[in-house]
Unconditional design. Structure first.
Lengths: 157, 523
């Protein structure tokens, strides 16, 4: 996830224009808005709502329903650690504890310097090479204390 | 001579370092002045061996794994010295890939091509029997396609096991100017990755299956609803769709016929419940993923209110084989009402984890112990969860259960999307039961009270049990809650959460601080 860049009305409108003729354009729009600004900013909501003939409350409802969409920008890097059953069976909870201690935050929070957001994810489809994690778009399997250490170091660079 | 090397582009292989292995192969070959082509193939499914490097010699592929950049360089160095591939001596040398027992014992119908070739090469797909099913479909009437799928006995691989042919027939028989084929690629169940592997390793197979479905029911538009956790699958699908379009297999007048079929990938947004078909349709329409009450069935009023086939990746992926080889060839495999093969996924704490496609009827014990090799940690096995987060936990006493929809149901379990997650003796089943409630609470769409409130109450109550607080009374409360959820929930998220909870409690009462009253296998 990119760092939160300044919101731009023109860019929001351009994103909306790119998708508005598609069937069911709202999710693709929200994905692109979040990609551009690191979150779905409050100010983007009325513009999207107007263009799609929806109420603000409807767009709002969609943004808050899905785990992927954030109201505030996440940290510069996002580390998602899988905590579903196959990863539990391979000891992911201990790794989560380590990551939380190292970052000084709980899952779902961003480190004080805003460099790293730690997130829980339920299954990355890497369940035969568990435990699994994802640093930004990069997948990591057979996660252990050393690999976690390397990931955190990289995220702090 | 040019050497042909294979290094998977599958996400699990990449997660274990396949990109580094691919780069090492390229740079080492160059350094030694070896001519080599490196194919980034799909995975062969032996995931404990990833990254798996294969080198072809005289039409046979030899496997080495699990490799890293260093071991790959060592293997290339031997090639450079003129050692023939079959003679390379290395601790990671595994012999011919297809003679590895895990591979040899499979019946690969849906995954026949996965791992063989560059997954996004249309040419390679066609060279390995691809698009023969579509050719067959174009030569017969739509109703005959539906009949063929019905006769194959194919049941939905997404979890519910509903006969695919029946669903297609309903949509076929509907009037409508616009109908849709929607592929459910939300694969949210822990312990499952077969959809991902097929989409990354043989995406044309899914595309062909969807195109045939479109012909069969008269749908001209298809969507693949792909979970956002699968970026590698998104890339492979987009590349394959572009190639299919360019080759005349998608778009207007496919293969010179009068049929049109447009296909598009849509990315989900991290909601497990959007794997439920009506929630998925709401999401595709750009709404919150609230589950719809049925009826109407999606087959009658689905996407944008139009008749819609919603099928899992593996259901659609089985279709090209069924059309190409005939319904009977598929139905010949299996047991009882479970016909054909199932791509089973072995995951969690298991020595040989991966994808194992086989006919229905194999027992759970064969899968976990003989094929899977027991636990990865080497500790005693305690339980397996089959069918994802809504599936039951089975003890070893149930290892004689054959892999079959009805046999699992008879033991209060389900095969779901055929993921098997193995736990060793360090697992605490009370904590696993608590997690089931926690997961349900986190992922509930919120539409019905038993699920929304029940899951939270269940988690709180199990916290008390785990703390040793009024264990018997609280466990009775948990049982009551499970009953309420089972019978009062609109969809299987709330309705099936009792499976993992109650199976954990029934088979492992001592983990809850309760005495065992019955021998485990008693029913
Ligand atoms: C909570 C929940 C999650 C589901 N997740 C999936 C999923 O990820 N993939 C899938 O194919 N089916 C999933 N299903 C089942 C679908 O509702 C539906 O039965 C399926 O897509 C039909 O396709 P099939 O007949 O080919 O299996 C889920 C069901 C529920 C209740
Ligand atoms: S059971 Fe849960 S997820 Fe399913 S419809 Fe009800 S509230 Fe939504
Ligand atoms: S359970 Fe962790 S990747 Fe599937």
């Amino acid at each position: 996830m990119p760092e939160g860049t300044d919101w731009s009305e023109a860019e929001t409108r351009a994103i909306v224009a790119r998708h508005e003729d598609r069937e069911g354009p709202l999710l693709p729009i929200l994905h692109d808005v979040q990609h551009a600004f690191g979150c779905v900013p409050e100010k983007a909501v009325p513009i999207i709502a107007d263009a799609l003939n929806l109420s603000r409350a409807e767009v709002h409802g969609v943004v808050t329903f899905y785990h992927d969409f954030h109201r505030e920008p996440a940290g510069r890097h996002t580390l998602k650690v899988c905590r579903a059953e196959a990863c539990q069976a391979m000891g992911c909870e201990r790794l989560v504890e380590t990551a939380e201690a190292r970052l000084g935050v709980a899952c779902g929070e961003t480190s004080a310097d805003r460099r790293v957001t730690l997130e829980t994810v339920y299954c990355l489809g890497l369940c035969a090479t568990a435990p699994a994690a994802m640093l930004d778009q990069r997948v990591v399997g057979r996660l252990d204390a050393d690999k976690l250490d390397a990931l955190l170091k990289e995220a702090f660079e | 001579m040019t050497f042909k090397l294979f290094v998977p582009r599958d996400a699990a292989a990449i997660a274990c370092g396949a990109d580094g292995v691919g780069e090492a192969c390229a740079s080492e070959a160059k350094r030694h002045g070896l001519e080599a082509t490196i194919v980034r193939n799909g995975s062969r499914g032996m995931l404990w061996l990833e990254p798996l490097l294969e080198i072809e010699e005289a039409g046979v592929r030899y496997a080495f794994g699990p490799c890293d950049a260093k071991t790959a360089a060592e293997i290339i160095a031997q090639l450079a010295q003129g050692t023939s591939v079959s003679q390379i001596s290395h601790a990671l040398a595994l012999g011919p890939t297809e003679q590895i027992p895990f591979f040899e014992k499979q019946t690969r119908l849906t995954f026949a091509r996965c791992g063989l070739t560059d997954p996004v090469s249309l040419e390679a797909y066609r060279a390995h029997g691809g698009y023969q099913g579509l050719a067959k479909a174009l030569a017969i009437e739509p109703a005959e396609i539906v009949e063929e799928v019905t006769k194959s006995g194919l049941r939905g691989r997404g979890g519910a096991g509903f006969p695919t042919g029946t669903k297609w027939k309903t949509v076929h028989d509907c009037d409508g100017d616009q109908k849709y084929i929607v592929c459910n690629a939300d694969e949210g169940d822990s312990g499952t990755f077969a959809d991902r592997m097929l989409m990354e390793g043989d995406p044309f197979c899914l595309i062909e299956g969807m195109t045939i479905a479109g012909l069969a029911v008269g749908a001209t538009r298809g969507y693949i609803y792909l979970r956002s956790e699968y970026p590698h699958a998104a890339v492979a699908l987009d590349e394959a769709i572009a190639a299919a379009k360019a080759g005349g297999y998608l778009g207007r007048n496919i293969c010179g016929s009068t049929y049109d079929f447009e296909l598009e990938v849509r990315i989900g947004a991290g909601a497990y419940v959007c794997g439920e078909e009506t929630s998925l349709l709401e999401s595709l329409e750009g709404k919150r993923g609230l589950v719809r009450a049925k009826p109407p069935l999606p087959a009658h009023e689905g996407l944008f209110g139009k008749p819609t086939v919603v099928n899992n990746v593996l259901s659609l992926g089985a279709v090209p084989f069924i059309l190409a080889e005939g319904a009977q060839a598929y139905a010949d495999y299996g047991m009882g009402r479970s016909r054909g093969t199932m791509p089973i996924q072995l995951a969690g704490n298991i020595k040989h984890g991966g994808l194992f496609e086989t006919a229905f009827g194999i027992t759970l014990g064969e899968l976990v112990n003989d094929i899977g090799g027991g636990t990865a940690t080497g500790r005693p096995l305690k339980a397996v969860q089959v069918g994802g987060p809504l599936g039951a936990y089975f003890p070893q006493e149930y290892f004689d259960t054959p892999f079959d929809y009805e046999a699992f149901a008879a033991r209060d379990g389900l095969i779901g999307h055929a993921g098997i997650v193995v736990f060793d003796d360090t697992a605490d089943m009370a904590r696993q039961a608590r997690f089931a409630f926690h997961f349900c609470a986190a992922e509930s769409c919120g539409k019905c009270t038993p699920c929304r409130i029940g899951a939270v109450r269940g988690r709180e109550t199990l916290d008390k049990v785990i703390a040793g607080d009024k264990v018997d009374a609280n466990l009775e409360l948990v049982e009551d809650l499970c009953n309420t959820m089972k019978f009062g929930s609109l969809c299987a998220l709330g309705g099936f959460t009792p499976y993992p909870v109650m199976s954990a409690l029934t088979h492992f009462p001592e983990d809850f601080g309760r005495k065992r009253t019955l021998p485990v296998a008693a029913e």
